[in-house]
Design a binder for this molecule. Structure first.
Ligand SMILES: NC(=O)c1ccc[n+]([C@@H]2O[C@H](COP(=O)([O-])OP(=O)(O)OC[C@H]3O[C@@H](n4cnc5c(N)ncnc54)[C@H](O)[C@@H]3O)[C@@H](O)[C@H]2O)c1
Length: 255
């Protein structure tokens, strides 16, 4: 019950890592604002949270829009009087396109959700958290693609590198305000995003899934593996940790 009475926003909570993280925060007593473009998935999540100590409060919207990122924070503050934790998790991946195959549409779509949305939400969140005696906590979900060069297409790689830079800068700039900001960098985790990866790329599914066709042999992780790291970083147990990046990848990027 580390998050009893805490106000927590999780984006991309309709599926995959976000849904698991939102449920686990609620199980530890948090009031969770669960944000996603998929309204039906949020309703389902709310049902799954029945009986947990905390509550899932659905907030449907498209995070590629500035107003949605700002309104979800206003919603949390209006409902719970504060914002303790912001988890920027929503993301889209593209299909391993290198720069020569890149369309402007893909560049805009991936950067808007994966990098611009966290900029809008973090800008608003630090304004709220700076005025709170307890400060606040931001956890951003990047990827091993934010640390390595060839594990995804160029836009996703740029977005996740950018998210790591933005997180470290924010951690440093808001030390005195008591706002911590950390990054979790997953490797391959069993969610819908992995299913969409193409089989025919040398950096595609065969390598990511491990086993046959893989030169690393690592196993895909479970959403719980990421949720537990996110909640650790958002908890007081991690009070001395800010501006750090935590790789959770079962050894995938350790070669
Ligand atoms: N699964 C992995 O292997 C893996 C690895 C590294 C990083 N990540 C990162 O983890 C995060 C979560 O990914 P996941 O694997 O759970 O993927 P997922 O596709 O299962 O879930 C992503 C969620 O984000 C939502 N979303 C997408 N665009 C949105 C928008 N414009 N507005 C609001 N919601 C939107 C989707 O509806 C979905 O519910 C992403 O940032 C992803 O880049 C995942």
């Amino acid at each position: 019950m580390r998050f009893e009475g805490k106000s927590v926003i999780v984006t991309g909570a309709g599926g995959g890592l976000g849904a698991q993280t939102a449920l686990d925060f609620a199980a530890e007593g948090a009031d969770v604002v669960a944000v996603d473009i998929n309204e039906a998935a949020l309703a389902e999540l709310q049902d799954r949270a029945a009986g947990l100590a905390g509550k899932i409060n659905p907030y449907a919207g498209d995070l590629s829009l500035q107003e949605v990122n700002e309104a979800m924070i206003d919603f949390a503050v209006k409902q719970f009087g504060k914002l303790d934790v912001l988890v920027n998790n929503a993301g889209v991946a593209g299909r391993f396109e290198p720069i020569g195959e890149l369309t402007n549409e893909l560049w805009d779509r991936v950067l808007k959700v994966n990098l611009q949305a966290p900029m809008f939400s973090m800008r608003k969140a630090v304004q709220v958290m700076s005025g709170q005696p307890q400060g606040g906590n931001i956890v951003n979900i990047a990827s091993v693609c934010g640390l390595r060069a060839g594990l995804s297409g160029v836009t996703y790689t740029v977005a996740k590198h950018g998210l790591i830079g933005m997180s470290k800068n924010t951690a440093y700039m808001y030390l005195k305000e008591g706002i911590r900001c950390n990054v979790v960098a997953p490797g391959g985790i069993k969610t819908a995003i992995i299913e969409d990866y193409p089989d025919d790329s040398p950096f595609g599914k065969a390598r990511i899934q491990g086993g046959a066709g893989s030169d690393t042999g690592f196993e895909l992780g479970e959403p719980e593996d990421i949720s537990s790291m996110v909640r650790y970083l958002a908890s007081d147990e991690a009070k001395h940790i800010t501006g750090s990046v935590f790789v959770v990848d079962g050894g995938f990027s350790s070669y």
